[in-house]
Write a protein that binds this ligand. Structure first.
Ligand code: G3I
Length: 352
């Protein structure tokens, strides 16, 4: 049962650019501490392997007061886990998961089936349908053996739809057909701990649109079968743009598309990128966008947590993908917390 809002500190887009960074840290005990008080299960972050030699980074990443859950942003992807056929390598996944375990952090595992970051042995061969189904089952069986019950949730299938709601043209769809998603969930349920929540995860589904309705149709089909396909949750990635982020009401409506079917939900990859150069006004807008998104999750029963897609600007995926955009995360390049960090904290402190 989530806490109710005692005091709403609504972020003002027009707030003064002369905003001063708070000095009294006791008011800001950490995002996960505040999120739990507001009724969420966790406030989490993705962690990338490329910065694990930076002690300042890892000390924040595995600070349980800030982050109660960690997600390897790359380490568990197919190209790293099974770089050659039937050869499994858990080095990069373990680099994130082992310190997370030591710190008592939950983990979201990411991801079994995606069209991206696949090894060349998989993409450069023409497989028969039966061969690819066997490869899929073997991959899930082996990785599930290694991380069996360590993951609170697992993104079983990632990004299977286009923005218009049609099915994305992938190796999986072309070779196996639409049943590949159901098969992946069935294999995951067979081999992963029964305690692990199995998620479908996608972006641009944070409002009611053709894509989120297509995902809803998928889960309706799964749950309505004589033998239901085992799915527990839907992850809304929430990759947003400063000033163009979904409004609170839209995110609430999208979350409820899935909770109305008894599924749990989460914001799984939240970030809010800014068209550079950054300005104080943009940081205020970004803070409002972050706050509205997190608050939508807090206010929807069944939205269990929020994960930011990393927390330190230099490691964000954004600049490589969207040249000229960046500063999407909660800590700046100097490891200084941004306005968005404080606004999200203030909003969470309003719940008790
Ligand atoms: O591994 C090399 C490293 O050796 C090298 O030093 C470094 C130099 O830039 O590059 C490293 O590889 C990069 C890798 O991330 C690790 O940081 C790749 O170039 C880069 O393309 C790769 O990007 C990842 C991207 O997925 C791939 O599509 C991002 O980090 C990762 O955050 C991003 O995550 C995805 C989610 O899985 C699914 N949803 C969307 C999200 C953002 O694209």
């Amino acid at each position: 049962m989530k806490a109710s809002l005692a005091l709403v500190v609504l972020p003002l887009v027009s707030a003064s650019p002369t905003w001063q960074r708070p000095q009294r840290n006791q008011t800001y005990p950490g995002l996960d501490v505040l999120a739990k008080r507001a009724g969420l299960l966790y406030f989490g972050t993705a962690i990338d392997n490329v910065v694990l030699d930076n002690e300042q980074y890892t000390s924040i990443a595995h600070n349980r007061a800030e982050f109660g859950q960690v997600t390897p942003s790359n380490g568990q992807k197919w190209m790293h886990i099974e770089p050659q056929r039937n050869v499994f390598n858990y080095t990069l996944g373990d680099q994130v998961s082992e310190p997370g375990k030591a710190a008592g952090q939950l983990r979201r595992c990411h991801t079994f089936v995606w069209h991206n970051q696949l090894p060349t042995w998989l993409t450069q061969t023409t497989w028969s349908k039966d061969e690819l189904i066997a490869i899929l089952e073997n991959h899930i069986r082996n990785e599930a053996r290694h991380y069996y019950d360590e993951c609170y949730a697992w993104d079983v299938v990632n990004e299977a739809f286009n923005d218009d709601g049609t099915w994305r043209d992938t190796l999986w769809l072309r070779t196996i057909g639409k049943e590949y998603i159901a098969l992946a969930f069935q294999f995951a349920r067979k081999y992963v701990s029964p305690r692990t929540r199995l998620y479908y995860n996608d972006y641009n589904i944070e409002k009611v649109n053709n894509k989120s309705l297509a995902v809803e149709a998928l889960v309706t089909d799964f749950l309505g079968r004589d033998v239901p396909v085992p799915i527990d949750g839907v992850g809304l990635q929430a990759h947003f743009v400063t000033g163009r982020t979904q409004r609170y009401n839209q995110t609430v409506a999208a979350l409820k598309l899935f909770t109305q079917h008894g599924l749990e939900t989460a914001l799984t990859e939240l970030d809010v990128r800014t068209v550079l150069p950054d300005l104080p006004e943009k940081q205020e807008q970004q803070a409002a966008d972050y706050t509205n998104s997190v608050q939508a999750c807090v206010d929807v029963e069944g939205c269990v947590g929020v994960t930011v897609w990393d927390f330190w600007d230099p490691v964000s995926w954004v600049p490589e993908t969207f040249p000229g955009e960046g500063n999407a995360l909660l800590w700046d390049a100097g490891f200084v917390k941004k306005v968005a960090y404080y606004r999200v904290s203030d909003m969470l402190r309003g719940y008790a």
